[in-house]
Design a binder for this molecule. Sequence first.
Ligand code: ATP
Ligand code: MG
Ligand code: FE
Length: 355
Amino acid sequence: PLVLGIETSCDETGVGIVRGRTLLANAIASSMDEHARYGGVVPEVAARAHLEAMTPTIERALTDAGVALEELDAIAVTSGPGLAGALMVGVSAAKALAVALDKPLYAVNHLVGHVGADLLHGDGLRGAVGAVGELELPTIALLVSGGHTSLLLVRDLVSDVEMLGETIDDAAGEAFDKVARLLGLPYPGGPEIDRVAATGDPHAIRFPRGLTLPKDLERHRYDFSFSGLKTSVARWVEKRVAAGESVPVADVAASFREAVADVLLTKAVAACRDLGVPRLLLGGGVVANARVRELATERAATAGIELRVPPLSLCTDNGAMIASLGAQLVAGGHEPSGLSFGADSTLPVQQVQVL
Ligand code: ATP
Ligand code: MG
Ligand code: FE
């Protein structure tokens, strides 16, 4: 089926077009620059930017794919989780399209969309790491971005997705952004820390690995926590400054990046082992991190786990992954969603489609 997918859960206005599992277009407009002076995504600013970007981004996707609106078989849209106001813009646009064109509409889960990204193949998709070919199930999925840090068990993409654990405070990308800010680096902080860390010593400072002590593991085996790490970096830097010493920014960045990568992969590999699932799929903007990619490759090889990392353009938020999940629902003969669903900022991961 030929499906157009709309994604507006955070700061990317994404419109993707797929034919089954073939990627035809992945148009993205980001309001990231507008959030830079606030050091993080501002919900009202994001919603307004989606409104302005929606029509041009839809048009660009159609042009890139060489497809006319009338040819579409279905529309898919992110219903949640995400920022309520931002989601509402995408949901409204998708409903308007579906009504005007008289096409079926599928409201889907953003997190499961990240997994659906891995199904896609097509021209211009480069930078994938690890296994190629069919996505085998069950798989563990580690989704890490500015808004989420989640470990999922996916047995079936449309009917059986389970949340094993998630962050209990900051998302990993958010921690990158906050630590960058306290080191005087610009927003978004992830790429900056990555760049600076390249010349630093990752073992210079031993920063804490959140929720990895035996007492924490009982209740939070697959959960993450990054706010303690952020505070620990802040204290370390403050002490240096108070003592009149210079701050070794590269070493701090490298040691912080190491702590994040270590805890992410430790927990993901533990889930694979515990559940006897020798497959790990990564998604989300933090997957761009050089050390996260490197450590994932190393640890997966050591543990005999098949690692899959989609190309970066499909790891960050995008409409193609939503179209991909929509195409799976159409192909599986699932009912469309109707028009009464809304934006659900806390949509649980088990709910792949909202009816
Ligand atoms: P959502 O949480 O809804 O997926 P988002 O906009 O926060 O939305 P993405 O756009 O996928 O998510 O990712 C952006 C985040 O990824 C930012 O926090 C950014 O700092 C982080 N990031 C990007 N590149 C890197 C990198 N090289 N290393 C670490 N973090 C990175
Ligand atoms: Mg983003
Ligand atoms: Fe996302």
